[in-house]
Design a protein around this ligand. Structure first.
Ligand code: GTP
Ligand code: MG
Length: 205
């Protein structure tokens, strides 16, 4: 897919105020500093579209970007940092929970995981929450440039083994690097395929 236009549309904390256009939406989530904003910039080829930072907690609102005037990319706050109610076991904020449960346009959530780390409790619990609530998601490993290929392979195999202890099937998996652009074609190809399914279903109505 060719990205012709990518524009920032709005930031807000209320799902009711998110853009109302009925077009496919893909949101990026994961622990703070995992590389959500960087991945959005890499995919859109706009180095300053989403604000990135070495300090965790940079993104604190729901940020909508309109791509090719046809679909939305959404940058969400990291769930390892934003102030969190202790009652929320998975440890993510009310803003995110409301967004995930209420946003009907959300076609697929991209759960970003740092490829250098062992599976983290917060991430595993978060994916359990998604499964229990029927929220479609794929797994995206980030910062792959920071590992040797053998280390990357070992970490991925380990992650899959641990996931399969509680899941029957694994979701689709992407391996990315915002610095080397690894995984760009694969992620954009997935979005393109999903957009086409939406086009087909809306033309049948
Ligand atoms: P919050 O908004 O705070 O939740 O963080 P975020 O998940 O949006 O992370 P962000 O994109 O701001 O990146 C955090 C840090 O990791 C920055 O210093 C980035 O330059 C760095 N980073 C992100 N992706 C990559 C990558 O693929 N490779 C390398 N080497 N560094 C990366
Ligand atoms: Mg961010």
């Amino acid at each position: 897919m060719i990205i012709k236009t990518a524009e920032f549309l709005m930031s807000n904390s209320l799902v009711a105020k998110c853009p109302q256009r009925d077009i496919p939406e893909y949101a990026f989530i994961g622990r703070s500093n995992v590389g959500k904003s960087s991945l959005i910039n890499m995919l859109t080829n706009h180095s300053k579209l989403a604000k990135t930072s070495g300090t965790p907690g940079k993104t604190q609102l729901i940020n909508h970007f309109l791509i090719n005037d046809a679909w939305f990319l959404v940058d969400l706050p990291g769930y390892g940092y934003a102030k969190v109610s202790k009652k929320l076991r998975a440890g993510f904020s009310q803003i995110i929970t409301n967004y995930l449960k209420k946003r009907e346009q959300l076609f697929c959530l991209f759960v970003l995981l740092d490829s250098r780390l062992e599976p983290q409790k917060a991430d595993l619990e978060f994916m359990d929450f998604l499964g229990n609530n029927g929220i479609p998601f794929v797994m995206v490993f980030t910062k792959a440039d920071k590992l040797k290929p053998t280390e990357l392979e070992r970490n991925l195999a380990n992650y899959k083994t641990i996931m399969l202890e509680s899941w029957d099937d694994l979701p689709e998996i992407f391996i990315t690097s915002a610095t080397s652009t690894m995984g760009r074609d694969e992620v954009l190809g997935f979005i393109s395929k999903t957009n086409k399914e939406f086009d087909l279903s809306s033309s049948e109505v």
